[in-house]
Design a binder for this molecule. Sequence first.
Ligand code: GLY
Ligand code: MN
Ligand code: MN
Length: 440
Amino acid sequence: MTLASCKVRRDELFNKMADNSVALLKAAPIFHRNSDTEFPFRQDSHFYYLTAFNETEAIALLSKKAGKNTFILFCQEKDPLIERWTGKRVGQKDACDIYGADEAYPVSELDNKMPGFLANANAIYYLTGIDTHFDNQIFSWVERLRKKVRQGLNAPHQFIDLRQFIDEQRLIKSSDELKYMQKAASISAKAHSKAMSQCKIGMYEYQLEAVLLYEFYAQGSRSPAYPCIVATGNNACTLHYTQNNAVIKEGDLVLIDAGAEFEGYAADITRTFPANGKFTASQQAIYELVLATQEAAILQAKPGMTWDSMQNAILKVMVQGLVDLKILQGQVQTLIEEKAYLPFYMHNSGHWLGMDVHDVGEYKIAGIWRKLSSGMVFTIEPGIYISRENTTVDEKWRGIGVRIEDDIVITDSGCDILTKELVKTPQEIEKLMQKRASDV
Ligand code: GLY
Ligand code: MN
Ligand code: MN
């Protein structure tokens, strides 16, 4: 994240704000894990997007008053004693000198100073309803101002959700953001490739997770973008399975859904491969069907197409394929209309991808699926999940769960696949895994 790009983003936001208004954003809290241990700190994405400031206990205030735009940062004070234990703090001087704040104050002065900054503004923009404490804090500052009306001060009377402005900004990625996303994707692709190459029957799922995490860190990512899913056999039919504590058995397919975070940006990749390196006929039939649905969806990924065109393409190919495999019976169009595929495919084609793995941005505008345009990044991730408990299908299909997920960026003329470095066809996967067998 460059500080210059944060300044550009703040200026864009200032342009969208009404005259005589302020915007407030809060840094992420630290979450307690157990005893006196905390979860690793991850900055709030909106806050980081606008400030690149990576500490907790901070409030950013963008003030647009009397034709003047001011960026004010409240942050923790320097304290050599505490910093000795928990690391360096930026402090107020560097908040201005490095992070570009026009003014910076200790966060301990927030309650004293904030009503003054809010006085006589008409509107406050903030991310409503995320943090009840912050909501209440804002109302308490406004309430203090209301009590001063007889002194000639006005309290803001409009409370506007900031999401509608920042989310649309975040939806279209700049060339810098795309570089980070490409790096996150490349790191993740290498990690998936290593996990496939190191998979052995008898391993625990979490031992493959260890391979992924090692590769993420070794290549410069400081965190996975979300908890890794390593699901063997029937576990792959649980969409967000993260226990990762089962033993990988002969004949299983292994589904890995894992992505690295790089400079605050996520990758999100799924691959499914045979634990022993060779697909069975039933596994390959389902795999090739999922792959065909994904290829059909990728053909729709170009400027001007609507978001739902990808899911529609997936459904058409998938339902036809399920009929061909005699997993579904009936007319394809009727089966689609009746949603007969739901026991096997119960999610959408994908989601926006960015600083958050399920990134911000509307999918419909005024009730109509939005059109794709250059700079949008999203996943395409069809899957077929045939639970072991599903007795309506032939036994040979049961316990097969396959998802294939890639990260796509819309360009001026079509799309790029950020995750294209990673093997995907059954032949490529088997080749990679055969190499593993001969190496062992
Ligand atoms: N990794 C979560 C998802 O694919 O949506
Ligand atoms: Mn995804
Ligand atoms: Mn995923």
